[in-house]
Design a protein around this ligand. Structure first.
Ligand SMILES: Nc1ncnc2c1ncn2[C@@H]1O[C@H](COP(=O)(O)OP(=O)(O)OP(=O)(O)O)[C@@H](O)[C@H]1O
Ligand SMILES: Cc1cn([C@H]2C[C@H](O)[C@@H](COP(=O)(O)O)O2)c(=O)[nH]c1=O
Length: 213
């Protein structure tokens, strides 16, 4: 049975970059590593609806905090068999975003804190009802919101996309989301967390050492 490790953080924090570096490092040490990112764009119809809504399609869908959160949750629910076999088959299954993204972004959009009703609603839906596997570790990758926004924008222009999506371009939302993430980590929400504060200088080898400790 392998370990489920999740990387969380703001849009543009560098989660995918760290996931790539960490999985290469772990593989170089002979471990079998599976990887996935949520939302699963191009794989699950709920994820595609999310991307479209965040770009202004589907009427007022993106205005509904709970409606959007249900789509994110259904994308994950549909990955359940794959997740379970991924955990069984690999030494480490590494996820870029998971249930805590729904908790942090939804609470921030609702102007709530981590001990508010939205986070509890996500827990009841995704943990109690959908039975999503509990992570062994959640890593919070923190960068100043301005750095995250600049990186997200740079990545969008490198991909040829015009501007950030609705969440990425809302700097106040990103600030609130950063605070909720920190509260989730400090309260060890659902699993142990490790907070990386200076995400500009993350060393995948050092992180791998600490994960394998
Ligand atoms: N440590 C770093 N220093 C400088 N640039 C970085 C660093 N990490 C990532 N970047 C750059 O920042 C941009 C965003 O990185 P990445 O896609 O890994 O972020 P992300 O957190 O996965 O974003 P999102 O959640 O929006 O998908 C990319 O252009 C990447 O090359
Ligand atoms: C998985 C997940 C994501 N979100 C938010 C976080 C981002 O702002 C967008 C899109 O994610 P991406 O990593 O930039 O592609 O969606 C969320 O609110 N709930 C979730 O479960």
């Amino acid at each position: 049975m392998g370990r489920l490790i999740v990387i969380e953080g703001l849009d543009g924090a560098g989660k995918q970059t760290l996931a790539d570096g960490l999985s290469a490092e772990l593989r170089s040490r002979g471990l079998s590593v599976g990887e996935a990112a949520f939302p699963r764009y191009g794989v699950d119809v709920h994820a595609d609806l999310i991307a479209e809504a965040l770009r202004g399609q589907h009427g007022d869908l993106a205005d509904s905090v709970h409606g959007m959160a249900v789509l994110y949750a259904l994308d994950r629910r549909h990955s359940l068999d794959w997740l379970r076999s991924g955990i069984a088959e690999h030494d480490i299954l590494l996820l870029d975003r998971y249930v805590a993204s729904n908790a942090a972004y939804g609470a921030a959009r609702s102007w709530e804190k981590a001990d508010g009703g939205f986070v509890e609603w996500v827990r009841q839906l995704e943990v109690d009802r959908f039975g999503m596997p509990r992570p062994d570790l959640q890593i919070l990758l923190r960068v100043p919101t301005a750095v995250a926004a600049e990186r997200a924008e740079r990545r969008e222009s490198a991909n040829g996309d015009g501007g950030g999506d609705r969440f990425e371009s809302d700097s106040s939302l990103q600030e609130r989301c950063d605070r909720v993430y920190l509260e989730l980590a400090e309260s060890s929400w659902w699993s142990p967390w490790r907070v990386i504060d200076d995400a500009t200088a993350v060393d995948p080898a050092g992180l791998a050492d600490r994960i394998l400790d």
